[in-house]
Design a binder for this molecule. Structure first.
Ligand code: TEU
Length: 537
């Protein structure tokens, strides 16, 4: 069955179940709370919810440390609640994908508890080494927390392999039983009604001597097997979104020939959007997009401004990383691993023009936009909290105590992470209710842009052509599909700019003071930090 490419024109919305809405007054968000707020997501105009891990877990990595794949964490509800959430979402036309950490489990998972036992028949469900020195070419990802990818286990009397926290042993995909067990996990959630998965940390599934243990052919072969199985057993409607934080050429490999993942995040373009604002030129964006290979017709990039992790600077040069840290993270506390643990709005100094410009790019560059809950109302963060907790604070629904996240009778100490307290971002300053009522709010602006984008399928599925011109403060490109085409022109500088676009002679009607149409082409004038979408004939 040919895939239904709904994901190519969809807008995704990542929300943390613990932080979205608490329905039962225990201070922790839950699935019933999400159900209460589906009306909001439908009103906003998103198409698909991405749910980060909701499984049982010791919560030492925000739930990415799974101890039971076939359960819902008791704080959040039950499997039955999840079925209701899926059903209620579908009735509103909202799809839902589950975030599945398949590279590793928690060390509290029964598979690992069994595997570490002396003589265990399950030993080879994980990756072991006597010396802890194998695979020396593999980088350490959580640099601020881990000194090695190996940790000694006194019970097993061997070292186990982990690409992330030491309490997250990597599963051993060389053991076919592991691949089978993970497929069964997928079947369980697809049977319940999920529309697909975000496949967490997929570049690291296999290890091989003499390699950096990323993007190995065996990993791609397994993902193709997952795709085949899901297509055969569930038809062409479910989506696989890879999380492969890699350079464009390696990232594009996760699409295969259209027979692997439907989507993959475009990690490298993200920091370059911020670099453009800081440098007031678009050369870095243009270069990375030119370095991005064409992808199969049925595939799609996922593009984003922020997510639940630090703003990763893994896919930039050392020099660019220092630049980004200098500009966007002058306080050491805002740096984490190779990134910046801040939310979108504080990153750009709460500058409405920058927020609109970045969203304008998010909604028009090649790929499906992925929003992070709270960014649509300009929520702040709290860098006094550990790890990434400061960008995972409760959604601010109204200006009341606890921001309408939970009942006002709830003890503040029960709400963790706490509601943002910084003056400019307190619930009184940034909340859904007030912004819904204010036609000029950021929230209503984002909503109206999503509505405009919905009328322009070329933004999702169309061709993408960067226009040559001589003003590198302006990114100009055309998205085209059939007889329709839209010019996007973005001025990343603090000064008014004009661009001369010879190839567009005769394709835009004048009638707008900022457009000069002459026989040599089109001249577009754009204000500081402004962008234009113009229909072309
Ligand atoms: O992140 C995995 C990943 O690929 C990291 O390189 C990530 O890009 C980096 O931390 C920069 O943000 C996933 C989850 O998104 C993250 O929350 C988990 O902590 C991690 O897996 C390990 O489970």
């Amino acid at each position: 069955m040919p895939p239904n490419p709904w994901y190519r024109t969809a807008t995704f919305y990542e929300l943390l179940p613990r932080a979205f809405r608490d329905s039962n007054g225990d201070g922790v968000g839950d699935l019933a709370g999400i159900i209460e707020r589906l009306e909001y997501l439908e009103w906003l105009g998103v198409d698909c919810i991405w749910l980060p891990p909701f499984f049982d877990s010791p919560l030492r990595d925000g739930g990415y440390d799974v101890s039971d794949y076939l359960s819902v964490h008791p704080d959040l509800g039950t499997v039955e609640d999840m079925a209701q959430l899926l059903d209620a979402g579908h009735r509103r036309g909202l799809r839902v994908i589950a975030d599945l950490p398949i590279n590793h489990t928690s060390d509290a998972h029964p598979w690992f508890r069994e595997a570490r036992m002396p003589g265990s028949p399950m030993r080879n469900w994980y990756v072991w080494d006597e010396t802890g020195s194998r695979y020396p070419e593999a980088r350490i990802i959580f640099l601020d927390y881990e000194a090695s990818n190996w940790t000694w286990d006194p019970v097993a009397e061997a070292n186990y392999w982990h690409r992330f926290y030491h309490h997250q042993p990597d599963l051993n995909y060389d053991n076919p039983e592991v691949g089978e067990a993970v497929l069964d996990v997928m079947r369980f959630w697809l049977d319940l009604g999920f529309d697909g998965f975000r496949l967490d940390a997929v570049p690291y599934l296999y290890e091989r001597d003499g390699t950096n243990c990323e993007n190995l052919p065996e990993t791609h072969a397994y993902l193709k097997r997952v795709r085949r199985t899901i297509d055969e057993e569930y038809g062409g409607d479910r989506v696989l979104l890879a999380e492969a934080n890699q350079w464009p050429i390696d990232a594009a490999a996760y699409f295969g020939d259209g027979d692997e993942c439907h989507m993959n995040f475009h990690f490298p373009v993200m920091p370059r959007l911020y670099m453009a604002l800081a440098r007031e030129h678009v050369r870095d964006i243009v270069k990375i997009l030119r370095d991005t290979p064409p992808i199969p017709e049925t595939c799609q990039w996922g593009i984003f401004l922020r997510n639940h992790d630090e703003l990763t600077l893994e896919m930039v040069t050392d020099e660019d990383r220092e630049f980004m840290w200098d500009v966007y993270a002058p306080e050491p506390a805002s740096r984490l691993n190779l990134g910046i643990r801040r939310r979108l709005t504080p990153l750009v100094g709460n500058d409405r023009r920058a927020l609109e410009l970045l969203h304008g790019l998010l909604f028009s560059l090649p790929g499906s936009p992925i929003l992070y809950y709270g960014d649509e109302i300009g929520m702040g963060d709290d860098i006094s909290l550990p790890d990434r907790d400061g960008v995972r604070t409760p959604m601010q629904w109204d200006g009341s105590l606890h921001a309408g996240f939970t009942g006002s009778g709830v003890d503040a100490a029960a709400v963790y992470p706490p509601i943002v307290a910084a003056e400019a971002y307190r619930p009184e300053q940034a909340n859904v209710a007030a912004q819904r009522a204010d036609p000029g709010s950021l929230l209503n602006w984002v909503r109206s842009m999503l509505a405009v984008r919905r009328e322009h399928p070329e933004m999702g599925r169309g061709t993408f052509e960067i226009l040559e011109h001589d003003n590198d403060a302006v990114l100009a490109f055309v998205r085209g599909m059939g007889s329709r085409a839209t010019l996007v022109a973005v001025n990343v500088s603090e000064h008014p700019q004009a661009v001369h676009l010879p190839s567009l002679a005769g394709r835009v009607e004048a009638g707008d003071a900022d457009l000069i149409v002459d026989p040599t082409g089109l001249i577009v004038q754009i204000g500081p930090l402004e962008f234009r979408w113009l229909r072309l004939s």
